[in-house]
Design a protein. Structure first.
Lengths: 560, 310, 144
């Protein structure tokens, strides 16, 4: 009764404000636009008041950090205990080159490792594959065999620092290489911590790295999750990703909805094996972007946690709190960075990083100012890292948990994104589930339409890019020193590959590959056979190729 | 079937491509363009296969499989893939060849996309000529892939020896999605994505339709993405190829009706543009006539014009 | 007559958001756009360009491998006896590399800020200036 009365008071007061204060003022000074929209196109209200969050019950919906629904954060103390992991991605040339960059970043205060592989490795091609020409070691590090993996993390204590690897169609192979490298260096698998991206679903819809069709590819993800559950207690066997979906042009709601829908799909796959959800769900991790629309992003992260908590509890009956707890890595948005006036990107990245921190991220990569021009240079990475450190040490936000909770605007936006997610889950169900939606290009069409809509808003100047579409200085674009691609790295890698092949026992390799092929045709877990092959120095491309006739290869149907 | 499949020289690919462009854009006559192509070696007539069906049925994937099979049989294949032009901008995005790109390095295969242009979403006006040119260039098999405005392109019967209509299992009432008139043009029905629910039901419904039509039309099921059922399609195509040209009569009937229809449309449009027609429309605009009255008046004029055409 | 453009994605790079928006925009400007999909080799691109007899090949490349890809495409066009297809490009291409690409015969590299209108205007201009001379001989009687 009292709350209702209070609401009526506010309602009435609001009406009065509109009549007596707002409208007269608008007559003298009209607003710049009739409608203000977020980056995703959602309408932003002029003002949010208690009326806008009347349906948001603090205890049930917002709650407390470290317990379901986790809206305020996955841990009870969040950054008061330790800041998010500062994890700048690195990868170029050969393993030696990248190892040097890892050690530079750690010396500058980075607290986690993140590895970027070259296009051939990402696509399951060896460095000597004809399709690899011109691309070896260019956009990331070239890894053909476990010999490369040993050099990649040389002098790095894998039991003390967590290692993330951004790899998808060949993820299970690279995980095997990582594990064998760790084993050969005397590390205990049970003490390894890290993440492998291994989220093949978003490849079909967004990042477009694939080899096999969806069904066998999802089986490989399932096998990795199961293997991880049994052998790697501190390792995240998947990093279910929304970053790429958003970069492909989706809205914030689609980013979260499609990501969590993939998560639901993977959970269902593993459950089919009769494994208990609480035994593997706690180790599922996620990866989101942080884009430039500040309020929408903070709300998005909070909504993602709440949605996942509810899905795990209500749909899958998870009993452990950790099964409902969504943990995520964030990268600031590459798509928001401009080639023009690149130093402006430092400001953009800083805002995006702040949004991610206020959204409660566990791990963060901040882009370099040169993100639109090249893979990151050392100076760009240093500033990007310092940006995170300034937020952690100087801005004060790390000293209190989820400070934007209770903001009428942020809570309203959070709830709206949550509602949008559940609407998409229903739609996916109606259309026959995750795999059917991929095959019928449902996600791809939604993304293409959202991308086109944003492009049109930009063309109409409803969304501006400072320095590019507005405040443009045509006197010339400031030059920045870019990462220098070592064209000789490719040849060095080819030599490494030749040396590996010369040293190994061909017979052993062939037997091991045959065993992988055999396992692939059963429902056994693919990891043990893969580990054996990797130990024998089979290459990534050889393992991928042996399975092509068995699994088939994928050709997309492009959606415009 | 011999060892190495035949190929067509790259130079001929280029000349054929240019000839088709010349015809498409009206820069040259058919006879001029044909003269740029080498004389045919064996004079064996090309086998023209029409593949039509609604968007998303998997036609391109099916065509990709058929190319593979024909190549294994040693024959050269040209594909003409027609996609609709935007009625507003007259532009088009032509993406059918994505599904066939694995044949890119095979000089025995030629793939050409054509936008439907002013034909309103059906066959491009010059598809007929493009097929003839491909035949002249020496391709043994010519596959025409098309989507019609009404979801299935009926006109394809005018150009093809055999017409395959591709559909997918529909949920619920399946035959609704299949237009009447299809049994007039189809030589075989292919239910693709046959691993989906409803596939058998759709096949049965099609068989009933076929039975009622009195024609001999095969109903097959395929999973084109996996290559399942493709051999059966090839058997049906080979059988149709070997039989007498049953399509000739259907093709001629179709063309006669269409030609008359097109001529009538041109006449009717002429009436509307002529002073008499324009006067009626003026009076409609001024509110002196209702729509019904204007229509009745114009119909009298137009019908007289069409019937009295010399 | 509509300009026919091949939008090409060479190499292993899967970033096609820009290429698809360009394809759509060119269609909306009345052009016929052939899209051959991702992961194309220069051979596949040139084969498609020849068979489709396009006016323009538009290469979208973000991987940094442009100094390998463009020379290969230009060489293949020459080998196939095709000298009237204009090649343009866009994506992540360093300013410093542009002069060398132009020496190879690439007509235009559109920078990251180019709007789709810039692309449309650029393509129309390039085709008008460098495209095949469209000689109208005896036009065929349009068939019904």
């Amino acid at each position: 009764m009292a709350i209702q009365l209070e609401r009526d008071d506010v309602d009435q007061a609001r009406d009065e404000w509109e009549q007596l204060t707002l409208l007269p003022f608008m007559e003298r000074r009209p607003e710049r636009r009739s409608t203000f929209r977020t980056l995703s196109g959602a309408e932003l209200q002029r003002l949010y008041t208690p009326l806008d969050v009347a349906d948001v019950d603090y205890l049930a919906t917002v709650g407390f950090p470290g317990q379901p629904p986790y809206t305020r954060g996955p841990y009870a103390t969040m950054y008061r205990a330790q800041p998010w992991t500062m994890r700048q991605i690195a990868g170029f040339g050969t393993a030696d080159d990248t190892n040097a960059r890892f050690r530079f970043l750690i010396a500058q205060g980075q607290t986690g490792i993140s590895t970027d592989f070259d296009m051939p490795t990402l696509m399951g091609c060896d460095s000597d594959d004809p399709r690899s020409e011109g691309e070896v070691g260019r956009e990331g590090v070239a890894i053909d065999s476990v010999d490369d993996m040993l050099d990649l993390y040389r002098d790095i204590d894998l039991e003390k620092i967590s290692v993330s690897m951004t790899i998808n169609p060949s993820a299970w192979i690279l995980l095997a290489m990582y594990l064998v490298a760790a084993e050969e260096r005397g590390f205990d698998w049970k003490k390894l911590s890290g993440t492998i991206q291994n989220d093949i679903v978003k490849e079909y819809t967004s990042q477009k790295e694939w080899v096999y069709p969806p069904k066998p590819a999802i089986r490989l993800v399932r096998d990795t999750i199961v293997f991880g559950t049994r052998n790697l207690p501190h390792y995240n066997p998947v990093n279910i990703s929304g970053y790429h979906t958003r970069e492909a042009g989706s809205t914030a709601i689609q980013e979260v909805a499609f990501t969590l829908a993939s998560g639901i799909g993977y959970v269902e796959e593993v459950l089919k094996l009769g494994i208990d959800v609480d035994s593997f769900a706690p180790r599922l991790s996620f990866f989101f972007v942080s884009q430039i629309d500040f309020l929408e992003e903070v709300a998005k992260f909070r909504a993602a946690r709440r949605v996942w908590a509810r899905v795990m509890r209500d749909r899958f009956g998870a009993k452990k709190a950790e099964s409902q707890r969504l943990r995520f890595h964030t990268q600031t948005a590459g798509a928001s960075c401009t080639a023009r006036e690149p130093l402006n990107n430092i400001a953009r990245t800083a805002l995006e990083a702040l949004a991610a921190v206020l959204g409660g991220t566990q791990s963060l990569h901040t882009n370099g100012y040169d993100e639109a021009l090249s893979i990151p240079s050392e100076p760009a990475m240093k500033i990007a890292l310092r940006t995170q450190q300034i937020i952690a040490e100087e801005s004060g936000v790390a000293g209190t948990i989820d400070p934007l909770a209770g903001s009428y605007a942020v809570e309203r936006l959070t709830s709206d994104i949550e509602a949008g997610c559940f609407a998409y889950f229903d739609e996916v169900e109606k259309r026959g589930g995750l795999v059917r939606c991929i095959e019928e290009n449902f996600f791809q069409q939604e993304i293409a339409d959202a991308a086109y809509d944003l492009y049109q808003r930009k063309e109409r100047h409803e969304w501006e890019l400072v320095g590019v579409t507005k405040y443009r200085d045509d006197t010339g674009n400031p030059k920045v020193e870019l990462h220098h691609v070592d064209e000789a790295a490719a040849e060095r890698q080819l030599q490494r590959l030749r040396a590996t092949k010369a040293r190994r026992d061909e017979n052993k390799v062939n037997l091991a590959l045959a065993e992988i092929a055999r396992v692939a045709q059963t429902d056994e877990n693919i990891m043990p056979a893969t580990l054996e092959a990797v130990r024998a120095r089979a290459t990534g491309g050889e393992i991928i190729n042996i399975l092509k006739p068995i699994f088939g290869t994928y050709v997309e149907k492009p959606i415009f | 079937m011999s060892g190495t499949p035949r190929t067509i020289p790259v130079r001929v690919h280029r000349d054929l491509a240019r000839a088709i462009t010349a015809i498409e854009n009206g820069y040259a006559s058919f006879d001029d363009t044909v003269a740029t192509l080498p004389a045919r070696e064996n004079g064996k007539p090309s086998f023209v296969v029409g593949v039509t069906g609604p968007p998303g049925a998997g036609k391109s994937t099916l065509v990709d499989r058929l190319i593979e099979k024909f190549r294994v049989g040693g024959e050269t294949v040209a594909v003409i893939a027609v996609d609709p032009s935007s009625p507003f901008t007259h532009g088009a995005v032509l993406g059918d060849r994505v599904r066939m790109q694995r044949h890119s390095g095979d000089t025995g295969v030629f793939i050409r996309s054509m936008a439907s242009r002013e034909s309103g979403g059906g066959l491009a006006p010059t598809t007929h000529d493009a097929i003839a040119l491909a035949a002249h260039a020496g391709f043994d098999v010519i596959i025409v892939e098309t989507v019609g405005v009404g979801q299935v392109e009926l006109e394809v019967v005018a150009v093809a020896d055999v017409v395959a209509v591709v559909t997918v299992p529909a949920l619920g009432d399946s035959v609704q999605t299949i237009k009447a008139g299809l049994t007039e043009i189809a030589d075989l029905f292919v239910v693709n994505m046959a691993d989906r629910p409803g596939a058998s039901r759709t096949a049965v419904d099609l068989k009933h339709m076929v039975r009622d039509s009195g024609r001999d039309i095969a109903v097959l099921q395929t999973i084109a993405t996996e290559g399942t059922g493709i051999d059966d399609v090839m058997v049906a195509l080979t059988a149709a190829r070997a039989s007498e040209s049953t399509n000739a009569e259907r093709a001629v009937r179709f063309e006669v009706v269409r030609n008359i229809r097109d001529a009538a449309v041109r006449r009717a449009l002429g009436v509307l543009e002529a002073p008499r027609g324009r006067a009626v429309l003026e009076r409609l605009r001024a509110g002196e006539l209702t729509r019904l009255e204007a229509r009745e008046e114009l119909l009298v004029y137009a019908l007289a014009e069409v019937i009295n055409a010399d | 007559m509509p300009i026919k453009v091949l939008v090409a994605k060479p190499g292993l790079d899967g970033h096609d958001r820009g290429a698809k928006i360009v394809a759509r925009a060119l269609r909306d400007a009345g052009m016929e756009v052939v899209y051959t999909g991702l992961h194309q080799t220069p051979e596949m691109i040139v084969t498609a360009a020849v068979q489709e007899d396009v006016d323009v090949i538009g290469v979208s490349i973000l991987s940094g491998a442009h100094m390998t890809v463009f020379p290969r495409i230009m060489k293949l066009l020459e080998e196939r006896g095709v000298d009237d297809i204009c090649v343009v490009g866009g994506g992540v291409i360093q300013e410093d590399d542009v002069p060398q690409l132009k020496v190879l015969g690439v007509r235009e590299i559109f920078d990251a800020d180019a709007t789709t209108q810039n692309l449309i205007d650029g393509i129309e201009r390039i085709v008008a200036e460098f495209g095949r001379a469209r000689k109208r001989t005896d036009a065929a009687t349009p068939r019904p």
